[in-house]
Design a protein around this ligand. Structure first.
Ligand SMILES: Cc1cc2nc3c(=O)[nH]c(=O)nc-3n(C[C@H](O)[C@H](O)[C@H](O)COP(=O)(O)OP(=O)(O)OC[C@H]3O[C@@H](n4cnc5c(N)ncnc54)[C@H](O)[C@@H]3O)c2cc1C
Length: 362
């Protein structure tokens, strides 16, 4: 171990530091080799200090949230892998109507990722009956640290009469991970609720970015192309109907529970609506293509298998390796390429792999 590593280890709180920590313990899918140094900072200040120090020592830094959207290689991740363990939720003041109108103008409207359509019967669960908008309710500011587990936040806030997050029930993740990829629940995207985000820049400064600076889109944000680290965000939530929101969160979570949790969510981005129309498919979802077009239901490599409950999910059925998981991804991509001439793009992030292992996937 080099001198730089020793210096970093010596300066971090030993209680929250582990060497060669298996990252399979920190991902929902239960896959991932060791991190050289694993650290769970207990406050935003500790989080910032650890990142700035590692960067100064030229040690690579990787941030993990709940690990529900990352496939980590079997050889793990070199350098420092850290998680923000700071969990503050601060309820602020009501937002004036004028300010709400200004903010609404800045929200990027993104086309929903999929529509509920029970008539065509292509979805494993429906949500249309649960959808409503709360735009007439007063808005309230809530500042949430990037390390907050959002399942906890949804529950905590609804119990206080603060709504708006009910569409995201049962989606795993911390606020940082949710913002990074603009998480979507049904027809809603988290960018609709964001006012601003506090970030740590590459140069070690803390700055606040407005929602209009964040380049939100379908499965994308500014953070894919910047080395900024999300510290916290101010959300504009609603003082809405508490009982209705609670009902939706519980019902939504119940319907979503058919999705296998030892997974990474949807593996591929849906095809475009133009391609869907050209091919004459009833949906642009990848689950439909995998189940009905390339007919790979039940396909597995080792313990990594395509889920029968949702054919765009690959689950860990036992002791799957990243190599197995990648092979399932490659097989789906190759079959789709050969049979319908389309390149599928992963929605998940691949970390710790050699370029040669993943260049044909990306
Ligand atoms: C069963 C299941 C169901 C799912 N359903 C949905 C769904 O309905 N909709 C949906 O959109 N997604 C869904 N997902 C995918 C996943 O939950 C989301 O993408 C979520 O936003 C990931 O958050 P995370 O904290 O786990 O991020 P991680 O997987 O830990 O990280 C994802 C990326 O964000 C980066 N990151 C994390 N925190 C920070 C930070 N503070 N600063 C900078 N970068 C950071 C990481 O480096 C990584 O590149 C599902 C996943 C599972 C397993």
């Amino acid at each position: 171990m080099g001198e730089q590593y020793k210096e970093l280890i010596g300066k971090l709180n030993p209680k929250y530091l582990k060497l060669n920590e298996p990252l399979s313990l920190h991902t929902t899918v239960g896959i991932g080799g060791p991190a050289d140094i694993w650290y769970e900072a207990q406050s935003t200040e500790e989080f910032i200090e650890a990142i700035n120090l590692a960067r100064k020592l030229e040690i690579p830094v990787t941030i993990l949230g709940r690990g529900s959207n990352v496939l980590i290689s079997d050889s793990g991740i070199r350098g420092l892998v850290l998680k923000n363990g700071s969990k503050n939720i601060v309820i602020g003041s009501e937002v004036s109507v004028k300010e709400t109108e200004e903010l609404e103008k800045e929200v990027t409207k993104i086309e929903a990722r999929w529509a509920s359509d029970s008539e065509k019967g292509t979805f494993k669960y429906e949500f249309k009956d649960l959808d409503y908008d709360e735009l007439d309710s007063p808005r309230i500011e809530v500042k949430i640290d990037s390390g907050v587990d959002m399942a906890f936040a949804i529950n905590f806030l609804i119990n206080k009469g603060i709504t708006g997050l009910q569409w995201y029930a049962r989606i795993p993740g911390n606020l940082g991970g949710w913002i990074y990829n603009n998480v979507h629940g049904g027809t809603h995207f988290i960018n609709e609720l964001i006012k601003s985000v506090d970030v740590l820049t590459e140069n070690g400064a803390v700055i606040t970015l407005k929602v209009s600076d964040l380049n939100f889109g379908y499965d994308v944000s500014r953070f894919h192309n910047s080395n900024e680290i999300i510290l916290s965000a101010t959300l504009n939530l609603y003082k809405g109907d508490k009982e209705k929101a609670k009902y939706v969160a519980i019902e939504w979570a119940k319907r979503k529970s058919i999705q296998p949790h030892r997974s990474l969510g949807s593996v591929f981005k849906n095809i475009s609506i133009e391609d869907q129309k050209r091919l004459g498919y009833p949906t642009n979802g990848i689950g439909y293509i995998v189940e009905h077009v390339i007919k790979l239901s039940g396909y597995r490599v080792g313990d990594a298998g395509i889920s029968k409950a949702h054919h765009n999910f690959i689950e860990n059925l036992g002791n799957a390796s990243a190599k197995d998981y990648l092979q399932v991804i490659k097989t789906i991509q190759q079959k789709v390429q050969v049979e319908i001439g389309l390149k599928l793009h992963p929605e998940i992030f691949l970390i710790g792999f050699k370029p040669s292992e993943i260049e044909d996937i990306l």
